[in-house]
Design a protein around this ligand. Structure first.
Ligand code: NAG
Ligand code: NAG
Length: 230
């Protein structure tokens, strides 16, 4: 009786072991094939035009972009433009900015410009997520306090960022984001706007904001690389 049980038990374990083993080899193999496949494939450009205090932008960043970034980053060349419906004017040899949600938004946009300029997207996105999450729904946000707190939490050198925002570099980066935003055709009317490979489409915009963002990127990526794999 005991022997019989032992036999059953060891047979069962062997089967489980075999299943686990073949499972790993299959997925490892798949990974190797996929990696080789990706070497010469072209990423798609994903341009995101947003502003830091806009509830629609915050929802896109927190629900669609940031949580899925790891799943799309080897297929997408992401660029964030934190400017939105702001205006800039040359004044002397400097610039003045006016933002849809007031001066605090201009400050927030410039902080994002500086963080993105000084760090990779892998480092910047957790900071941006933290900031947007903290700012969401606040009627009188203390942008600097939130930014400093988030820099502390995400290991970003706040002094370095703050220095950028108080020199011409910060202004120049914000102007660059503004020029990019204003150059989009057709003219941007809704913030955030998401554009793939520099071609605006209402269908893409809707899917990026409210649909399956990962699937959108994957479909475009596959379509773009179709001819290269055949
Ligand atoms: C990738 O492209 C380079 C240059 O065009 C070529 O030399 C190389 O063989 C390609 N690699 C694969 C895996 O297709
Ligand atoms: C961030 O960290 C610095 C240095 O540790 C500290 O002085 C500052 O109070 C912190 N700021 C916030 C808002 O947490």
């Amino acid at each position: 009786m005991v022997n019989h049980q032992l036999f059953l038990y060891s047979t069962f374990s062997m089967i489980i072991l075999f299943i686990c083993w073949s499972w790993t080899t299959a997925s490892e193999l798949e990974q190797i094939i996929n990696n080789n496949d990706n070497t010469n494939k072209s990423k798609i450009k994903v341009d995101v035009y947003y502003e830091t205090l806009c509830p629609d932008s915050i929802q896109f960043l927190l629900r669609q972009l940031v949580p899925n970034y790891d799943r799309i980053k080897d297929k997408a060349d992401l660029r964030l433009y934190p400017f939105g419906k702001a205006q800039f004017f040359e004044s002397g040899n400097s610039y003045e900015f006016y933002c849809q949600h007031g001066p605090k938004e201009c400050r927030g946009n410039m902080i994002h410009c500086c963080v993105l300029h000084q760090n990779s997207y892998d480092v910047s996105l957790p900071f941006i997520k933290c900031m947007e999450k903290e700012l969401y729904g606040l009627r009188r946000p203390d942008v600097d306090f939130v930014a400093q707190k988030c820099a502390n939490w995400t290991n970003i050198d706040w002094k370095h960022v703050d220095d950028c925002t108080t020199t011409n570099l910060g202004k120049q980066l914000l102007v660059d984001a503004g020029r990019k935003t204003k150059a989009v055709k057709p003219k941007i009317t809704f913030i955030p706007t998401i554009i793939l490979d520099e071609k605006y489409s209402e269908r893409i915009q809707d899917q990026a904001l409210y649909g399956d963002f990962v699937k959108l990127i994957e479909n475009h990526y596959n379509k773009k690389n179709e001819h290269e794999t055949k």
